[in-house]
Design a protein around this ligand. Sequence first.
Ligand SMILES: [Zn+2]
Length: 567
Amino acid sequence: MKQRYALVVIAMSVLLVACGKQEAPAESPDATAGSSGGNSAAEQAALQIQGEYMRGIVAEISDDRYEGRGPGSRGDALARNYLAAQMEAMGLQPGAADGSWEQPFELVGLNTAQPDTWTFNGHGKSVQLKQWDQYIVGAGVQKERAEFTDAEVVFVGYGIQAPEFDWDDYKGVDIAGKVVLIMNNDPDWDPELFAGETRLWYGRWDYKYLTAARQGAVGALIIHTTASAGYPFQVVQTSGTGVQFELPAGDEARSQLTGWIAEGATRDLVAMAGMDLDELREAAFNRDFKPVALGITTSLRMDVEVERVQSANILGLIPGSDPELKGEVVIFTAHHDHLGIGKPNEDGDAIYNGAMDNSTGVAQVMAIAKAMQALPEAPRRSILVALVGAEEQGLLGSEYYAANPTFAPGKIAANINYDGGNIWGHTHDVTYIGFGKSSIDQIANMIADEQGRTVKPDQFADKGYFYRSDQFSFAKIGVPAMYLKTGTDFIVRPPEWGREQQNHFTQVNYHQPSDEYDPNWNFTGMEDDALLGFWTGLAIANADEMPSWNPGDEFEAARLIALDATD
Ligand SMILES: [Zn+2]
């Protein structure tokens, strides 16, 4: 009952905000003015969301001068300074706890000397794998040496332990001191099991590493296939070499080594044991699967350069106008970092500019901030603009914020995240990653409808995008979240055109030096998507009740704990 009432209240607040477009209040201009700050005034403020403004930000921070904005680098600091200055210029208030723009955090950088070859012995044979083409590994510990000797190799299927699905690939088998081979993704053939084709956290490499470490594995290798990863091995190569950053280690279990092994190389190893990879995988589709020891051992010793660097989240605040609700907040996020300088491509370009990923997201959030700031009266709840760092290294900046939030988790009404904008023009639809999970859906639906657009859930659900950008850090502490991405149905284009563009971008430019700003990029779609986030965030900030997860959602329990803690 209570929930239903809350929804009606939210819906009304949305209508109040979103219907202003048609109903120009000619006779009684103040009739609808109120908590929303007045519709026509909000419409006026929304005009601040301009493609050309976003273009300027994208062109700036993806320029070679920013050196790809690798965490802790000169370019990273340059981008942070630029963005803080932009926030200051638009009139935001510094949002960090100490009254500054930056929420600093320490990162531990690990540069692992990956051996050129890696030997596996067993069954009277020996196989040597080649680094780069066949494996990409790194230290799992924050120490100057990662090593193990004569570790047994064990195939552990998906490497998942999920009591709610009655699934445990480890089955209590002793994994201590072993190297595990793990299939990527999660079971996807049954809608009742791991949400069918939708990838859950269980299907992500970070979950698999963590679980293997908890079993005592000294090494965890994910078997790469393009289908199960959602990207080619090339992305593993470019993302998995050079300095890898982490938050400083706590007392959690860690393996000596984590990494990826190419499918063909795995096939060779398994064949050495007289087995067949396809048969092993077939067995792993079953609940009754048990880890399979291959009768192969391996040793590895890697030197690791350990460095400690500082990066920061940039936080800008618009304090709420309601004396009671200003202690609650809607947080807009986009990550400002990218991969920095890395291995040169064929053209000798070594700067990973990250123009699409994620200058475009930063630009959309900055445009939204500008519009929020232009409201004659601030929304009832506060608005926090959080441009987070070190996302590419595993959502580290947002994870740090979630562990050290400037508003208690139970006071964070919602997170609206942008990562990778629409560079191709107007769409009939918009992708909302996280759709179907919370009551934000109703608001986004109504506002998209007002735009003459439709909201679609993740069109590539098997790729697990919900767990691959910063909203995941917020969801883990219970905050309902929406991650807006480009639609697929482009105006005056053939139906498949949008998917083709996006797939092409993933194959050719994603996490490559060629993710560069192109003056031909069309920012009209980004205007639409930023407007959707603006109106949705405004409605949430002005509603009587905060959004909630749908009953039974994987993050509902975390929300209840967070709300309890702030009561
Ligand atoms: Zn990104």
